[in-house]
Write a protein that binds this ligand. Structure first.
Ligand code: SF4
Ligand code: SF4
Length: 374
């Protein structure tokens, strides 16, 4: 799949591979101290079996079947590759027949999470609009592209249902260069009369939700806009239709900047180290790993301890960077590129800074402007 990606003054055509890695050796779950744990050491578990529940009702399920080990508070399920699963009896033929209360009950019962909150809490806010953001909000992430490619009709169907039941105007937003998905959406969108389809410029940092809100939804207050990505809607669809949680998500892996980009389909709870070694086969010696956005300088020291969850979107693997920052040469590039027109060189970072990292990216002296004064 070829996609064009744009920074402010730059345009790149990128080739993106799809990799399946849905049979990890094990999955890991880290319960918090006050979580209720429902699995014991040595127990045989099934996919979709409830493993733990947090105080606020978020539930975590097994995403592989196998034997559980519960040691020092950490749950590990070693994958027996049998894919034995718990099947729900709450399947629904037509989700458009569900009532609002039923939707709320199903989501509450399953304890589905979105961005560390119960998804149902988002639905009960005073929203006026539901926006399906089919773009990714960080540079060089392509997870939403693939999710949409795989589950387009499910995502549109559930958006239409939510729009009807919760009385929301609905929009689907796609990157104008995402030609494959645009073509597919155009073929089917007339079946979903509530959904307005928009294609927009994909220029980082424009793709963040607040920037989209400012540019395209000026007539609404920000808290009236319900932004969902395709992963949240896939979870919602699967809950309503099959009565089940979702066990897989996509993670983008970028090697040496943009030389080699893959989107890996993997199970929640898979360690990032195993994704890197088995799915993309990379020797990590002398490499630096960054999570989600390499420009903001958040380096990840132990990929073994990190697992796939909704907050893991992209893994950047870069050659170990020995380059030391030198003195500012006053070229002004950082000031020129800043999308919110502040001066990144000011001693303290202005509160208007959206931490996009573009100033770091352009600086020829390798100064980490975001960490200035820390
Ligand atoms: S100062 Fe903040 S908003 Fe401006 S380019 Fe740097 S990180 Fe982005
Ligand atoms: S881009 Fe770097 S070298 Fe140029 S003015 Fe900004 S801090 Fe100084």
């Amino acid at each position: 799949m070829k996609l064009t990606y744009r920074f402010k003054n730059d345009e790149q055509k990128l080739d993106i591979k799809k990799v399946e890695y849905v049979n990890p050796k094990e999955i890991i779950v880290y319960p918090k101290a006050d979580d209720e744990v429902y699995v014991s050491d040595g127990e045989e578990v099934y996919i979709n079996q409830l493993l733990k529940e947090s105080k606020n009702g978020i539930k975590t399920y097994a995403t592989v079947s196998g034997t559980a080990s519960v040691k020092k508070g950490i749950i590990r399920i070693s994958n027996d590759n049998s894919d034995s699963t718990i099947v729900s009896e709450d399947t629904v033929d037509d989700i458009s027949k569900l009532k609002k209360e039923e939707v709320i009950n199903i989501c509450q019962e399953l304890g589905i999470e979105y961005e560390n909150k119960l998804l149902v809490e988002k639905l009960q806010n005073k929203n006026k609009v539901i926006i399906v953001n089919g773009m990714d909000i960080e540079p060089y992430q392509f997870n939403n592209n693939y999710m949409l490619e795989d589950r387009l009709e499910c995502i549109l169907e559930v958006t239409e249902v939510i729009s009807n039941l919760f009385n929301l105007n609905a929009y689907l937003i796609l990157n104008k260069y995402d030609e494959n998905n645009i073509e597919e959406v155009r073929k089917v969108i007339s079946k979903y009369p509530n959904i307005i389809f928009k294609t927009v410029d994909d220029v980082f940092p424009f793709t963040t939700n607040p920037c989209i809100a400012k540019k395209y939804f000026k007539e609404y207050k920000y808290n009236e806009l319900l932004f969902f990505d395709t992963f949240a809607l896939n979870k919602l669809y699967t809950a309503l239709k099959d009565g089940l949680p979702v066990s897989e998500r996509y993670v983008t892996v970028c090697l040496n900047g943009t030389d080699n980009i893959s989107v890996v389909k993997c199970r929640y709870g898979t360690s990032l180290a195993s994704i890197l070694s088995e799915a993309v086969n990379i020797d990590l010696t002398n490499r630096d790993i960054y999570l989600n956005n390499y420009m903001r300088g958040v380096k990840c020291d132990d990929v073994k301890a990190l697992i796939v969850n909704d907050n893991v979107k992209t893994i950047f693997i870069l050659e170990h960077d020995d380059v030391k920052a030198s003195k500012c040469i006053k070229c002004g590039k950082c000031v020129e590129i800043c999308p919110v027109n502040i001066n990144p060189l000011d001693k303290k970072l202005d509160p208007a800074c959206i931490r996009c990292g573009l100033c770091n990216n352009v600086c020829p002296a390798n100064i980490n402007l975001l960490n200035k004064g820390k």
